[in-house]
Design a protein around this ligand. Structure first.
Ligand code: ADP
Ligand code: TRP
Length: 320
């Protein structure tokens, strides 16, 4: 079984990204052959800053490798290192009704936000279908926002297969409905777009600043507090053992325990949890040549698979 997912290089990962996506993707490595790629072609649909894009790509590679991506199990590569995907995207475009794109929620959302709709943004789901179909993927872990893109992929694959024969595996989504939403420092869903994130890497000073600014009510130090309605506790739960969590909850109920104490406890736990990953990230960052070689090796493996599919597709459409 082949599991595939793409990640857009879009800046510093936060606790929501880690507990909502990175960790579960890394755990999936035990379940089957995994392909994981940095969706840099897709990033171009909304980026016009070459320097930032280049940095985001390398940072994403460092982040994922540091978090436990095992290149013995996972084919890890940069989308643009296998440009065959754009060739497949073209073939798929020719069986894809324009209406599929016009109905895509993420496209409509971007239009509503005032993005000038270039053709890259419009045909984004065709390129995503090509990513998935090129590698004959069985299972695609996706967040809720990407579910419709996966449905579009399935529809495109079915159309192509009906027209040209059984070339593509029809992929299934793997949705993570059971993943809890991680709250941000203001209590809304943690998200880059809400500016309420706690980064998992970066300077301890910045992380501490974010933790200390988690919004709470204004109860005084000595007053008893409600652990169930407190964001600090909700975040502490992600790291603490059941006993540690119970101790904090009891401290809340008993009083004489301030939000500042709870925030420091959260900060310490968080630092301890990410320390091994941070150390690994620092090591890797000193040897970008090595990281580059990992991505190149991944791309070679991916390209070999891509060529197998493309050979069939070219023949099917009448070009070979
Ligand atoms: P952001 O909202 O910060 O832009 P993305 O949309 O890039 O984050 O999300 C990348 C992945 O992280 C997705 O799979 C998404 O489901 C997951 N994720 C993001 N924020 C959270 C959160 N607060 N709780 C749980 N998962 C999250
Ligand atoms: N569109 C996905 C996102 O923004 C990234 C992506 C590109 C992807 N190609 C993919 C995800 C193929 C899964 C499979 O999150």
């Amino acid at each position: 079984m082949r599991i595939l997912t793409g990640i857009q290089p879009s800046g510093t990962p936060h606790l929501g990204n880690y507990f909502g996506a990175i960790r579960s993707s890394i755990d999936l490595q035990a379940k089957g052959e995994t392909f994981l790629f940095i969706a840099d072609f897709h990033a171009l649909t909304t980026s016009n800053d070459p320097k930032a894009l280049r940095e985001n790509i390398i940072n994403l590679a460092l982040d994922w490798l540091a978090c436990g991506l095992d290149t013995g199990k996972t084919v890890f590569f940069r989308q643009s290192d296998v440009p065959q995907v754009t060739e497949l995207s073209w073939y798929l475009s020719n069986v894809t009704p324009v209406g599929f794109m016009e109905r895509a929620h993420s496209y409509k959302d971007k239009l509503a936000k005032g993005f000038a709709p270039n053709m890259g943004l419009f045909t984004y789901p065709v390129l995503m279908a090509a990513d998935i179909l090129l590698y004959q993927s069985n299972l695609v872990p996706v967040g809720k926002d990407q579910k419709q893109h996966l449905e579009i992929t399935r529809d495109i694959a079915i159309k192509f297969n009906n027209q040209y024969g059984e070339i593509f595996t029809i992929p299934e989504p793997l949705t993570s409905d059971n993943v809890a939403v991680v709250p941000g420092i203001d209590g809304q869903k943690m998200s880059k777009s809400y500016n309420n994130t706690i980064p998992i890497f970066g300077s301890p000073k910045k992380i501490k600043q974010a933790v200390m600014s988690i919004v709470t009510d204004s109860k005084g130090l000595e007053e008893p507090k409600d652990p169930d309605s407190c964001n600090v506790v909700a975040l502490y739960k992600l790291f603490a053992s059941p006993e540690e969590l119970e101790t904090m909850r009891a401290n809340y109920r008993n009083g004489n325990y301030g939000y500042g104490h709870a925030k420091l406890a959260l900060f310490d736990k968080m630092q301890e949890f990410f320390a091994p990953m941070r150390a690994r990230r620092d090591e890797l960052a000193k040897d970008l040549g090595y990281v580059e070689s990992i991505l190149k090796k991944g791309a070679e493996k991916a390209a070999a698979e891509a060529e197998k599919t493309l050979k069939k597709v070219r023949e099917a459409v009448g070009l070979a």
